[in-house]
Structure formats: structure tokens, C-alpha cells
Design a protein. Structure first.
Length: 82
């Protein structure tokens, strides 16, 4: 036995919302486009982090934290933001 159709709740619109009726967004909206500057900063951040962890494994108490902070706090965020 088929079920009867469910009616929408009281007070809700039965027509599509204004947002759904708009044209689809272009390809440039909502996507990340990385330039060579972004990729260079991200690569420098990755190298800084790797070297920092290697030096941390060798018990370097000065250079390792500096490289890790430089990579995690400065270079990687700049690579994402710019």
C-alpha cells in the first residue's frame, strides 16, 4: 500500500529559496589558487619543519625550536594566506 505524500510543515515555503534559484557560483569562488609564491613559502615551511625535527632528534636546544616555530607559525600560514 503506497504512503500518502507528506505535506510541508506549516509556515515553510513550498517554492525554492532565493539562494537555490541563483545561478551556480563560478569556478574561482570557493577554490584555493596557489601561485608560485604560495608554493615556495609552503615548501620552505616544510623544509624548516623537517630540519627542525631532525635537529630536535639530535638534542639541539637552540636551532630546532627556532626552525619549528618559523615553519609552523610563520611560513606555512603565510603560504596559505598569501
Amino acid at each position: 500500500m503506497p504512503r500518502p505524500p507528506v505535506s510541508p510543515a506549516r509556515g515553510t515555503a513550498t517554492r525554492p529559496s532565493a539562494r537555490a534559484a541563483q545561478a551556480p557560483a563560478s569556478d574561482s569562488e570557493g577554490t584555493l589558487r596557489f601561485s608560485t609564491v604560495n608554493l615556495a613559502l609552503l615548501a620552505a615551511g616544510l623544509v624548516s619543519i623537517i630540519v627542525g625535527f631532525v635537529l630536535l632528534g639530535q638534542a639541539s636546544t637552540v636551532a630546532a625550536p627556532i626552525l619549528l616555530v618559523l615553519g609552523f607559525v610563520v611560513l606555512v600560514p603565510l603560504g596559505i594566506i598569501l
